[in-house]
Design a protein around this ligand. Sequence first.
Ligand code: CP
Ligand code: NVA
Length: 309
Amino acid sequence: MNKRDFRLVDDLNKDELSSLFELTLQMKTQPERFTTCLAGKTMAMINEKQSLRTKVTFEAGIQQMGGFSVYLTNHDINLGKREPVKDIARNLSRWVDIIVARVYQQSTITEMADYADIPVINALSDADHPCQAVADLFTLWDFVRQHKSLNHFNLTYVGDGNNVCNSLIRIAALTGVNLTVSTPAGYEPDSALMERSRDNGASVTYERDPQKAVASADAIYTDVWASMGQEKEAEQRKQDFANYQVNDALLGFAPSHAVIMHCLPAHRGEEITDEVLESPRSIVFEQAENRLHGQKALMYFLLTGKTKI
Ligand code: CP
Ligand code: NVA
């Protein structure tokens, strides 16, 4: 089996993602069937940035399938400075079975994947957050599957055109979801990325006005205005994003059935109000839970080449 990586959502095709959703559902509803499926496998997790959800869900996930994890902070390995990324990749390939890395630059993931003989998973870079997008779209798929498919489901992203937004744009092409993105001027996602996703079959629309953007939304998604690494811009961004808060006033322009999504951590009072985050419409903790099941399915697929046990 050729090794497979998950550097970007695009590393999966439509059929694989669809099978992965079915497997994720099994992982979620029948976890007892998967307790030994990765027995003896070891994951090394590298984190250049902070994390709660990603760290716990990957570490707990591999252990729930009979494997082990080794957690490496940047304090331990000083990625790219103590030794080159390509050497770290080739060392880890001799000792463990899969690498999961949260990094600043997407090029670090690319270099790691190019030099590792084992699968490499992108656990967030400045450019993308593909594991988040898989869990998010699984959450919506699971939510609608009794009545319909994700085709024609309207997902609106309000906020910064950042890594989380980029991965939603990419995954739109694999799921059939209609994605509308609304950002302040100067914070739009890369137009070439949107164009490429449309070329791949996605329905992705840009709408500057957040009130118009949510008008036919089935789900409204937001994320922090200043991502990890952008802390110095936080004050400026608070001003620039002031009209893009997901609050009761904005929800007044949305259908009453629209659910609220956030990858977390949330900055209450900035991109989302406490009331909206805590409201019954919020599915943020379902998203967070599904990180676990989605990543278990992803690790199982990358390590075995199978989407069925
Ligand atoms: N959503 C997410 O990736 O959370 P963490 O940064 O806590 O891992
Ligand atoms: N856009 C955020 C996502 C955190 C999960 C960040 O990169 O900090």
